[in-house]
Design a protein around this ligand. Structure first.
Ligand code: DGI
Ligand code: FE
Ligand code: FE
Length: 199
């Protein structure tokens, strides 16, 4: 069983783990809260296996969807208040909950660690220059044991080979899925695919 480094945890998070769970569950439906708990565990397991920072992986995994159930209006207000790229206003919750959601985590939970906030910000659209922590959260969200979509096994098999291979499979499958649904694709998603999802 992989576990948090208690000293590092308390340096990064201004409350106990149990209080963090309470704060998270206050903003999420039970089904999404349970998903967050599974992503926390999955991210810690991946980090442990590759010798990465288990504590940051767990915190970022746990909180990655913290803002997912906020209103569109709350996101628009945050985009304006943080002077984020106005282009973001052309997208919706699917993009906002990570890219903009990181500011809710910082302001409401008092977590200021740049690496954790970045991993939360990149968990949906990735980034051409994702760090190992970014990749761990990106992949953990996709392969956690509650996921059952077609292609999840291919991603899990890729992860058994390497984290980078799992990132590539996830990007390939996500882009295909979005194109099939004829939805607008955020430019960073394409840029990430071009850098990390192609041969
Ligand atoms: O929040 P989760 O459901 O746990 O997972 P997620 O944050 O990875 O993805 C949320 C949704 O966003 C999922 O249906 C895939 C979709 N998505 C990923 N990239 C893009 C996107 N949707 C649009 N419209 N554009 C994108 O570039
Ligand atoms: Fe998400
Ligand atoms: Fe998620």
């Amino acid at each position: 069983m992989t576990d948090y480094d208690p000293e590092l945890f308390s340096a990064l998070v201004p409350m106990f783990h149990e209080e963090l769970l309470t704060a998270l569950s206050a903003h999420l439906s039970d089904y999404r809260y349970q998903h967050c708990l599974r992503v926390e565990k999955q991210a810690m397991r991946i980090a442990q296996e590759i010798g990465a920072d288990v504590t940051r992986a767990g915190i970022a995994g746990l909180l990655h969807d913290y803002a997912k159930e906020r209103t569109d209006e709350a996101f628009r207000v945050m985009i304006t208040a943080q002077h984020l790229d106005a282009e973001l206003l052309n997208y919706g919750n699917a993009i906002w909950h990570g890219v903009v959601g990181r500011y809710f985590v910082e302001q409401e939970l008092g977590i200021h660690d740049a690496a954790i906030l970045q991993a939360i910000g990149r968990h949906t659209v990735g980034d051409p220059h994702m760090t190992t922590l970014d990749k761990i959260v990106f992949v953990a969200d996709y392969v956690e044991p509650g996921r059952h979509f077609p292609g999840v096994e291919a991603a899990r098999e890729a992860l058994a080979n390497s984290l980078d291979q799992a990132v590539a499979v996830e990007l390939q499958q996500t882009i295909s899925h979005l194109v099939e649904r004829h939805v607008k694709i955020y430019p960073t998603t394409f840029a990430t695919y071009n850098e990390l999802g192609t041969n």
